[in-house]
Structure formats: structure tokens, C-alpha cells
Design a protein around this ligand. Sequence first.
Ligand SMILES: Cc1cc2nc3c(=O)[nH]c(=O)nc-3n(C[C@H](O)[C@H](O)[C@H](O)COP(=O)(O)OP(=O)(O)OC[C@H]3O[C@@H](n4cnc5c(N)ncnc54)[C@H](O)[C@@H]3O)c2cc1C
Length: 411
Amino acid sequence: MGTVHDIGVLGSGPSALCIASALAARGASVVLVAPQPDARWKPNYCLWADELPAGMATLVERSWSHALVATSSGRRDFARSYVKLDTLRLQAALSDELRAHGVDVIEDSAVDLEHVEDETRIVTASGHATPARVVVDATGGGSSFTRRVHARPPAFQTAYGLELRAPGHGFDTDRMMLMDFRPAPVSSKEPPSFLYVLPFDDERVFLEETSLARRPAVSIDLLQSRLEARLARLGLLGCERLGEERCVIPMGLGLPTAGQQVIPFGVAGAMVHPSSGYLIAHVLRKTGPVAEAIVAGLAAGGRDEALSRSHAALWPASQRTLWELYGFGLETLVGMNAKEIDRFFSSFFDLPIDCWAGFLAGTQEPSAIGAVMTRLFRSLPVLIRWHLVRTGLVAGAAPLARSVLRSGVAG
Ligand SMILES: Cc1cc2nc3c(=O)[nH]c(=O)nc-3n(C[C@H](O)[C@H](O)[C@H](O)COP(=O)(O)OP(=O)(O)OC[C@H]3O[C@@H](n4cnc5c(N)ncnc54)[C@H](O)[C@@H]3O)c2cc1C
């Protein structure tokens, strides 16, 4: 067995590279273990411009000054900027940082973690064991290393997208379409899905059919057939296809338990926003504080201190409550039919922008989000209110929702 690194990071997705480079930049010795550390990232990673950390503007490939939302009750046009990161430049920039800080990379899959005294041995598929004082698990939704407070199957966001060369496509290049709930021209509207559109320029456009959250997942094939039907209606079916995106995001994974021997991060760490499926902004926001907590913890008291400080940085009580509250939101969305979801988002996006933006951000106090949910509840049609109440009873979320909603109303 070789050198004992301060930190072993499992994975080579955005979460792994962000945390590994932040740790190494703080002087820690880091080893990264992943089966394909150089595999190119393909997703179109997007976030709201106001959630982009300072200093990352150079990694933005495209921004839109406005975001649109369409439902059966009309089209809303929000003056809030949305950005798409340049995926390859983001990956290259983080990889450069790893190299600059001397991070060791092992091309292998972790298959087991042996926790012994004050180190963890990362056992890989090839049979080697790499010791580290503490291990960060960023192996994504299929992680087998993180213990969770519940083992309920997650819901899934699934999507099928195509980037087209489509001169004269007709979409306004200053406006991206966040959600268009007007149904695709297919025989059944169920299960619900919506169209997401990123018009890159006058020639190139990305269109994606998305199922927000379903358990079990809506099949990619179904979403593809709906997207094809929309393209046919838009006259874009014959356009050159420049790229394809298949998206599967687990939502509502059980939160990591306290006191475990690894630090779960990213999708593996249940950091995906349980009601929206977004993750990147949250990872970027948490990377610095968590890296700081790990390094300071190792210096102050060793591995246990690093584990407990990083857990505190990731999951203070308010964040846990917030995620549980969003989990309630997720359960309501999972059970809605197309008409209900259309009505729900009509009301959601009719809230003042601060309210819905705050809800989507995942950074506010539970009481503030409780107040937004109360306000939303009151504005919903009776049919949807009943759906929410029923879901609350079935999901056992009523006590949590009641307590937070009450504090939200009071506040
Ligand atoms: C197509 C797509 C589009 C998305 N778009 C957005 C978006 O616009 N905005 C947003 O906020 N979020 C988006 N997401 C959600 C989320 O940001 C992504 O899923 C993101 O890639 C998650 O990063 P991650 O590093 O946590 O996990 P992953 O990217 O899933 O990376 C997991 C890593 O772990 C490695 N690994 C797996 N098993 C092992 C093992 N046993 N040992 C070692 N390594 C292992 C894998 O090889 C991989 O490198 C999108 C997701 C998808 C799939």
C-alpha cells in the first residue's frame, strides 16, 4: 500500500472534480479514483445567472436575458437570466486545477471501503487498496457507499433532447423556454411532460422533452416520440441533428445519515434539489465551505473531526428540514396528472418572482419556503389542493408540512 493521502475522492463527474480541486487548492493531498477519469462530460449544465459564483463567468457558453414558462393559462416572460455552462471548458478547467495541484488519479472503480483506525482503504476492482484519511463519495445516484436515512426508491427526472442545426427555427434567441406544458401533439397527455428549449443562435437550437419527476421513471423512448411529434409540428423534423442528450436524474434519494465514515457529495449525497432536479448551483455553492471544513477538521482533530465538520457544513438542521419539505413537494408532483401539473405550475409561476425563485434556489430558511408553499396552496384550484392534502397523508409528510407551514404563516 502506498502513501496515505489526506482525501480520497471517488468519481470524476462535476461534483468530484469541484471538491477535489477545492481540497487540493487548500493544500490537502488528494487522490481521485474513477473508472474513466477522462471521459468527456456531455450534459448541457445550466443554472440561473444569479446563482453563478463570482469568477465563473468565463465558463459560460451562452446566456439568455429572459426565461419563458407556458401553460394552458398563457405564456409568462421573466426578466431573469439563465446560463449554460461550457461543459468541456468546465471539465478542462477543473482537470487543469487537479493537475496543477498534483492530485493523483487512479483509473479504477471503487468496489469497497475498509474503514480501519484512522484511515479508509479504497479497494478497487483491480484488487488494489488505496489508503486515505477521509473519503468523499461522489459516485452519483448509484452509490453503494453512502448510508441513507431511508431506502425509499427515488423518483426520476428523465429527458430526451436534441441539438439541431435549424436555420430560421423561429425561437427568440434572447429567451429560453424553461417549461412549456402545452402538450405534445400525441394521442395521450399522460404521463405529463414539458418542452425545454435553448435557442443558441439563429441556426442552432436545443429542444428537450422532460418528465419532471415520476416513480417509476418515464421512459426515454416515450419522451423521444413526444419530442419528434413536436419537431414535426414545428417543421423541424428534417433538420440536421448535432447532438443528443439522454437525462436520468434520481430525485428524493434518502439524505445521508450523520456519523457515517464517508462524506457523500453531489448526486450521491442527495444534493439534487428534490423538487426541481437541479444540482450544479448547489454543488458550486457548497464546494468551498465543505472543502474548508474537511481540511480544517483534519488539521484540528483528524478524520472524525473532518467527517463531523463536513456533515455540519453540508447538512445543518435547516437544510435537512428544507430538503424534507421539498421531498413533500416532490411526492405531490410525482402523483399529478397532466391537467393538475399544468394548473399547479400556472399558479406557481404566477407567484411573485422572488417567491418562486427562492423556492427553486434551495437556500432559504424552511419557514420562508413554508410561507411560499402556504401562499401557493391558497392560490391553487380546489382540486389540486385536495391532491396535495391526500399526498401529504399518504406520504406521511403532514406533520412536517404542518409544522413548517405554521412557522411560515407566523413569520
Ligand atoms: C443529461 C443531464 C443534464 C443535466 N442538466 C443539469 C442542469 O442543466 N443543471 C443542473 O443543475 N443539473 C443538471 N443535471 C443534474 C446533475 O447536475 C448531473 O447529474 C451531474 O452530472 C451530477 O454530478 P455528480 O458528479 O454528482 O454525478 P455524476 O455526474 O453522475 O458522476 C458520477 C461519477 O462517479 C463515477 N463512478 C461511478 N461509480 C464509481 C465507483 N464505483 N468508483 C469510482 N467512481 C465511480 C462515474 O464514472 C462518474 O464519473 C443533469 C443531469 C443529466 C444526466
